[in-house]
Design a protein around this ligand. Sequence first.
Ligand SMILES: [Zn+2]
Length: 230
Amino acid sequence: MSNEHHNDNATGGGDLCSLLRGVEEFTRDIFPNNRDLFKSLAQGQAPHTLFITCADSRVVPEMITQTQPGELFVCRNIGNIVPSYGQMLGGVSAVIEYAVAMLSVRQIVICGHSDCGAMKGLMTNTTNAQDMPAVTAWLRNAEAARSVILTRKLDGAATATALVQENIRLQLMHLRTHPAVAARLAEGRLNVQGWVYDIEHGTVTVYDDASGSFQSISAAQARGLPPETR
Ligand SMILES: [Zn+2]
């Protein structure tokens, strides 16, 4: 993306014409420099990771993880939510099943982020069933995280951060209820991890099951991979 396009977006000028110009630029300038990569990808995909994150426009998985096309199988929705298996068998469940059973991804990352509108809406009840029935119903899959946070009596900013983190813990639990995931975890063929991306600072913290806390990247690296993937 050129600076010109970026500026268009930053000033709210992003329209269909600017998107089409972006595609032209990709075809003309970016694609030729990666011809071999795209040629190999044209025959099929073998992504190593299922990356589940929020639909928020500020979260760009490939940029954050510095990965190429073909590496991440991405599932995005409001609030990076994974409904428990059996509760709501829909798009997310199908993506998980396909990624694990068909593509045999080696890891699943659930990535939340700072300033998440879904989590803020959940906390303040700014979404209501009358205006946004689908969003309200969807966010019920994160209701348990809200109820946990309410017991802590935190102030505003701390509440927002804590809810984003608690939602990751909850969705990791939901993820493990999916049969394909549970089976691969039992076999030691899959690793799951929870992240929170900080938009302002460009950092990621990683959930550590043992301590129940979110740690820096360097602490997570020092800790190494969980036993099931060693
Ligand atoms: Zn979000």
